[in-house]
Design a protein around this ligand. Sequence first.
Ligand code: ADP
Ligand code: MG
Length: 700
Amino acid sequence: MHQIWQKDITYLKRVGPQRAQLLKQEANIRTYGDLLVYFPRKYVDRSNVTKIRDIGGGDPHVTLVGKISGVSKNSSKRGRSVLQATFSDGSGTLGLTWFQGVRYVESSLPVGVEVALFGKVNRFNGKVQIVHPEIDRISPESGTKHVLKIIPFYPSSDKLTRIGLDARGFRSVMFGMLEEAHAHIEENLPEELLQTYRLMGRHDALTNIHFPQSFEHLKQARRRLKFEELFFFQLLMAHKRSNFRTEHAANPFPTIGPHFNDFYDQHMPFELTGAQKRVLKEIRADLKRPVQMNRLVQGDVGSGKTMVAFMTSLMAKDNGFQTALMAPTAILADQHFQKLTKLAEKAGMKTALLVGGQKAKERKAHLAAIESGEVDIAIGTHALIEDSVKFQKLGLVVVDEQHKFGVVQRAKLWAKAQPFPHNLIMTATPIPRTLAMTLYGDVDVSVIDELPPGRKPIKTLVHHENKRLEVFGFIRRELEKGRQAYVVYPLVEESEKLDLIAAEKGHELLQRAFPNFRVGLVHGKMKAEDKDIEMEQFVKNQTQILVSTTVIEVGVDVPNSSIMLIEHAERFGLSQLHQLRGRVGRGSEQSYCVLMAGHKLSEDGKKRLAAMRDTTDGFKISEIDLELRGPGDFLGTRQSGLPEFQLANIIEDQAILKEARAAAFEIAETDPQMQAPEHQMMIQALRAYRARFGMIGSVA
Ligand code: ADP
Ligand code: MG
């Protein structure tokens, strides 16, 4: 990279120490290079000159070319100065008015010379006028930065505006910088890529994104720069993936043996769905290689992830390895334990449960059995991570509901085996495919996009307060048939106290409305053990209605509960609503989700409820959610590893993303070490992007 891009902007024309200081503070601009990639937030077309005669309805912003005359200063009724002038262009005249900065404007107004004028036309007392127009002399020394062009507007701040770096001031500074330095803008993508993907060169792209020759140039410039961002991001991903593969050696599982085969032939309680079979094949292919599997299985609630995990543990067993399955809560771990123990018995395998609060003696026995290799599948919570847990030969780690665990916890579990165990992550919170493709370099994604046959889709109803009696009547009839119901209140963000009151009031209300049934309550302020007790009572049908704030445990399985009533449903996010709905529909009975909505709904609120009513497909719902919220919000940018792209938008720019990804992965494949001479030009940019995206572990 040319050294000029390191040059401090203090030395730039029209900047100086004070402005430099503020530019650094307010906009993080320190060098010429920083300024170069400080992009306009919008553009205004001043290339179309209008005649005063032709000013009509339409867009009130116009560019006019003509002369100013007849300047006069008056006082307003409140005694403030008002400056007025006449502007004419040969086709007509209009008035110009200033209320602010009158003294300065008066002294600097270019009267009687040709100027370009830009502003918003309005009518006052029947006369056409422009208040506070932007005025530029049309002369060689005025340059072309403000006049008769597509004009960039840069993001600014109050502080910057106060020292003259408003849209106009910024434009001047940028123009000066480019004048001095544009010849040093270097290409960072190989010629072949530019050709294949018909990309504008970097010099043209960067000059045109600041001062576009035309809207078509601007479009091409933006496309090129978006491609660049996405390309380097994907190249880093590709390197991350290949590094992962070389650094994470693992024991291959070459054998499909008697445990898998016997179970499959004799003990399968049902036929696997096509999606389950496909995912198992993908897992099988991973496990054959001497590289750690790192696979995320996304499957909607009830899609049968547990069976996939179990079948994978059979593969481990056939190759002489143990499996650890980690769940986020004790209840979930226990549920897995119950289910898997039944399956494991048929396969002649042993399980053990490790959770907090177990008796010392019991725990000791489990630890011993895991260490001796007697136990084939160890199931538990964080308790599995503790140092005292030692495996004889751990070969597979399954993590359920991945977002509840941090990377550190996972790594700790991995560290219990050398080389690392294979890793299977299961989640019911689908990330849209489009996003998954962008996000994961070192994780492979499988999708179970099919529910076992014969499921009755949950019926979802949206109701308002005026239907409450009917809704309660309906719930009563279901309870009388022996079913159970969840009632969920939203978290009241401003106050945990209010939150609690809402749930406690709800509890009271429901107990009164359903005197013949028992109503339980769980909320966020409860101790974990108390929560577990309440949940347990519901699982055992000792309570028939469970009132809660949003703490209902992810993945909890109470097949007998067939109703999910969500109060103030409009306050919940889509994925949350979908997760909550997934708590029912697990048994053979028809299940219902009732969304109680307020009367004043925002547009987004309406869309969310409609989406819930119209589809039960978690992937569709997550796509809609992503659309409504945007990727940053959807994922919570920081934890997600999704970088802040400057120009690219991974939803709107799917087409560019696909091309950039294909290009990046091809280069990573053919030249993983970036040694080819024609690839040298990318290395510096790759480093810079790596620093910007905060990504580690890449080659260059
Ligand atoms: P989740 O993906 O939410 O973890 P589970 O693994 O708990 O789903 O499966 C939900 C239910 O569906 C379980 O009762 C399981 O036994 C059953 N199931 C899983 N796969 C099939 C299948 N292929 N055919 C029929 N029932 C299945
Ligand atoms: Mg599950």
